[in-house]
Design a protein around this ligand. Structure first.
Ligand SMILES: Cc1cc2nc3c(=O)[nH]c(=O)nc-3n(C[C@H](O)[C@H](O)[C@H](O)COP(=O)(O)OP(=O)(O)OC[C@H]3O[C@@H](n4cnc5c(N)ncnc54)[C@H](O)[C@@H]3O)c2cc1C
Length: 377
């Protein structure tokens, strides 16, 4: 067994690092939505590196895609403009879109010219997405869409939304769903901010009041959206981003731990907890590498992707618990620009990780049934 990346993969990683070091002053960006940055990546053909060359990608594999994501997140690059379109929308259009849709949308995505939000969750449909109630009624060459989405990340900054709608209310719930690509600037769309407990505005409620969406914006057959959606969720859950989002705080915490150890103020329990966190981080990375390797070998990771998602997100929470032990009451003071405040913020942020993209409970159901072959309970 050779447990290492190839020289070409290492060279690709180094090229990305050099670019990010040059482009992001101080080595760490704000992780935000910045079309100008996406355009710089596009100029180097670095949006959709794993897409087929025919559709503007580089035809690289899932391992290269993972290396790319790892470097982007480590630098907290402002990749939010193209990220969802690259990771989920584009691959779904490549697999299920018409030739016309591929010609229209894929170049826009790889050129950093369109951004997407994901309109899946609704107040009554989160874990159970098949319960989606937002209605799309056919009227000539359009669908007329009415309903509400919730927790829609970056909808206030995006151009379009990948929308899960009910097109047949009489069919069994998994069979009456379709996927549309709707314009967020269309008449009848209202976006309201939701402020999270870190005091950040990143997700929203999105209301649709008789919004017209052309039928040629439907991806896949009418009422067969569930199957596209299942793949869509696999794309969303299988990435290394779930593990390494808060890795930068881990590195900062380790430095603080070393300083305190040198000063004799780190307890033995904290020292062990830091070492344990490091072990678990490396286990989590190998899980993510396995998922990417399976994809590169043409296999479909499903329970494996859920394992990596549960482990990576719960690791983030364990990490931030250790940070709270090390920083103690100082973290609660939220002193601006202090390491303690960054840790406290990370602690709050870590809470959403086991919910976003499908909760840990739901992932464990997938692992039990599809991974271990247990009957549904
Ligand atoms: C930071 C963040 C960003 C998000 N961004 C988006 C976005 O961009 N677009 C979007 O559409 N959605 C987004 N979401 C929503 C997210 O996908 C949902 O919150 C998630 O799928 C859970 O759905 P819910 O909140 O409706 O909870 P519910 O489904 O109501 O679940 C409530 C509780 O019941 C448990 N539960 C539910 N069903 C089962 C079951 N079968 N077995 C065991 N336990 C179960 C859950 O684990 C949970 O603990 C985001 C969420 C977060 C936190």
């Amino acid at each position: 067994m050779r447990f290492e990346f190839t020289p070409r993969q290492n060279a690709f990683r180094q090229e990305l690092r050099d670019f990010l070091r040059a482009e992001i002053p101080g080595g760490r960006g704000d992780g935000g939505v910045d079309q100008a940055f996406s355009k710089k990546l596009a100029a180097r053909d670095w949006i959709g590196v794993a897409w087929p060359k025919e559709w503007g990608g580089q035809g690289l594999g899932a391992l290269e895609q993972m290396i790319y994501t790892e470097e982007m997140i480590t630098a907290n690059a402002p990749r939010g403009y193209h990220f969802t379109a690259e990771r989920q929308v584009g691959p779904s259009v490549i697999r299920h879109g018409t030739e016309e849709q591929k010609r229209e949308w894929l170049p826009r995505i790889v050129n950093g010219e369109v951004s997407f939000a994901l309109g899946l969750s609704e107040p009554g449909a989160g874990s159970d997405l098949a319960a989606a109630a937002t209605r799309a009624v056919r009227d000539g060459d359009d669908y007329v869409v009415t309903g509400q989405k919730i927790w829609t990340s970056n909808a206030h900054l995006a151009d379009c939304i990948w929308l899960v709608v009910r097109t047949d209310p009489d069919a069994p719930k998994h069979r009456g769903i379709s996927c549309l690509m709707a314009d967020l600037n269309a008449p009848g769309v209202t976006i309201r901010p939701l402020v999270d407990m870190t005091n950040g505005h990143h997700f929203n409620e999105v209301f649709f009041d008789e919004v017209r969406v052309p039928v040629n914006r439907r991806v896949g057959e009418e009422n067969s959206g569930w199957y596209i959606l299942a793949e869509h969720l696999d794309f969303e859950r299988s990435g290394i981003e779930r593990l390494i989002d808060l890795q930068y705080l881990f590195l900062e915490l380790l430095e603080e731990g070393k300083r305190r150890a040198a000063a004799g103020t780190l307890t033995g329990a904290q020292r062990s907890a830091l070492a344990q966190t490091w072990i678990e981080y490396n286990v989590g990375r190998l899980m993510c590498y396995r998922v990417a390797w399976m994809q590169s070998a043409g296999l479909v990771p499903n329970a494996e992707a859920s394992c990596a998602k549960v482990y990576g997100t719960e690791w983030s929470q364990r990490l931030m618990n250790v940070a709270m032990q090390v920083f103690g009451m100082n973290a609660a003071a939220f002193l601006p620009e202090s390491a303690a405040a960054r840790m406290a913020n990370g602690y709050l942020e870590s809470k959403n990780k086991t919910i976003a993209g499908g909760t840990s409970e739901v992932q464990r159901n997938i692992i039990a049934t599809r991974g271990l072959g247990m009957p549904r309970s």
